[in-house]
Design a protein around this ligand. Structure first.
Ligand code: DSN
Length: 432
């Protein structure tokens, strides 16, 4: 089946560039830990005529007429998300993960409040209070992060920091932490200081759905996520929350709105205008897919693949931050090597392995070059790869890193081998 026939006719330049990207992604190993592949069905919903629709407000309470069908679409997305995550309240309107997190600040805090979160170099997200982001400019970050020796959270230090600084809110979530997060332990700390606990599960939502990672929903006031990344939905965000605010009388006695209502008001009209109904439709499709046994198996396999990859890399003498992984990602630790994380990421990309350079705990190099490379297995798992394939992938990574000083001599051969290997798999959303 030829894809995008109308685009091909009307805009050759964009059509050709999309085709080139599709070919690139089908012939290389996509190991960016925050990426996977959305299905055709998700892409079709996102590419539908719902793109044009304006429906400011929420189902049943819009500022425009003519919303019978889009109300049903948004309600389906909400109901499916409730079922998937066991949440009391769901908002599916955030345009992406960062706006979802921004809405949380608006719903819970006042400017200047203290927020505990991981700085970006420690593996957090920009919106968890990092200094160049609104969250670090309008609020005061109390930083925490993995121990530089073990690569893991030291809950005693985190508790001490929280008790000393008394932040109003604690973020728990990461973009580069390869281990399970014990939300109950964070909840105990938050409870001791009457802080809101907010989990950002954008990186690990499929693992939670599959039951291979602890579930934050019972322990957190709010849980935010993106719907792309390993969830394989459209590029957007959503917010799960309790309905009532357990600190209403303490921190929000002047508000007549409960937690759920404050979140909804923070998203619209607080931060956004009309919801993207085509994207919300794609989200509903992704949630339906995520409710299947197939998806659970995908979540389980992502972790098996990351572990298989880590075992082979370790057996070849490479170091990993913290020594391994419990999730979808691992961080190659090149602190002892002469080459940097950036050198390695460039050499890997030349050879057909696409990843990003990343700080490792205790890194002595700058964030612009780093000593690490972050690798994720979600996209390769979506292509159908399993443990035996991860051994091959680890072998290629090993070859690239061992030949990094004369990579130009080796890159094309490795790239050709990888392209031939990839042709054994179907890339969801690109090939039938
Ligand atoms: N930029 C994303 C990542 O790669 O982890 C997080 O939003």
């Amino acid at each position: 089946m030829e894809r995008y026939p109308n685009l091909k006719e009307s805009d050759q330049e964009i059509y050709n560039l999309i085709q080139s990207e599709s070919k690139y992604e089908s012939t290389t190993l996509k190991m960016i830990a925050s990426e996977s592949y959305a299905s055709y069905s998700v892409l079709e919903a996102c590419g539908s005529m719902l793109t044009d629709k304006y429906a400011e407000g929420y189902p049943g309470m819009r500022y425009y007429e003519g919303n019978e069908f889009v109300d049903r679409i948004e309600n389906l997305a909400i109901e499916r998300a409730k079922l998937l995550f066991g949440a009391e309240h769901v908002n599916v309107q955030p345009y992406s993960g960062s706006p979802a997190n921004q809405a949380v600040y608006r719903a819970l805090l006042k400017n200047g409040d203290k927020v505990m979160g991981m700085p970006v170099p420690s593996g957090g997200h920009l919106t968890h209070g990092w200094r160049v982001n609104f969250s670090g400019i309008d609020y005061e970050q109390v930083p925490y992060g993995p121990d530089s020796n073990t690569g893991r959270f030291d809950m005693n230090i985190i508790r001490e920091t929280a008790k000393r600084e008394r932040p109003r809110m604690i973020w728990v979530g990461a973009t580069a932490y390869p281990y399970k997060i014990e939300y109950k332990e964070f909840a105990d700390i938050a409870n001791e200081i009457d802080a809101y606990l907010v989990a950002d599960i954008a990186h690990i939502n499929a693992l939670i759905i599959a039951g291979v990672h602890p579930d934050p929903v019972p322990y957190c006031d709010i849980v935010t996520s993106t719907s792309h990344k390993m969830l394989r939905g459209p590029r957007a965000g959503f917010i799960l929350s309790k309905i009532e605010d357990r600190f209403q009388s303490k921190y929000h006695s002047d508000s007549k709105f409960n937690l759920a209502k404050r979140i909804d008001r923070a998203v619209f009209p607080g931060l956004q205008g009309g919801p993207h109904l085509h994207i919300i439709a794609g989200m509903a499709v992704a949630f339906k897919e995520a409710l299947t046994e197939n998806f659970r198996n995908y979540g389980i396999q992502i972790v098996k693949n990351a572990k298989a990859l880590s075992y082979t890399l370790l057996s070849k003498g490479w170091q990993l931050a913290g020594g391994g992984t419990d999730t979808h990602l691992l961080i190659l630790d090149f602190r002892k090597e002469e080459f940097t994380g950036k050198d390695a990421a460039i050499a890997l990309a030349k050879s057909g392995i696409i990843a990003n350079f990343n700080m490792v705990p205790g890194d002595h190099r700058s964030p612009f070059i780093t000593s690490g490379v972050r690798l994720g297995t979600s996209a390769l798992t979506s292509m159908g790869m399993k443990e035996p394939e991860m051994e091959l992938v680890a072998n290629w990574i090993d070859r690239v890193c061992k030949n990094i000083n004369n990579i130009d001599k080796h890159a094309q051969n490795i790239r050709d081998e990888i392209a031939a290997f990839c042709s054994n798999f179907k890339v969801p959303g690109i090939q039938e």
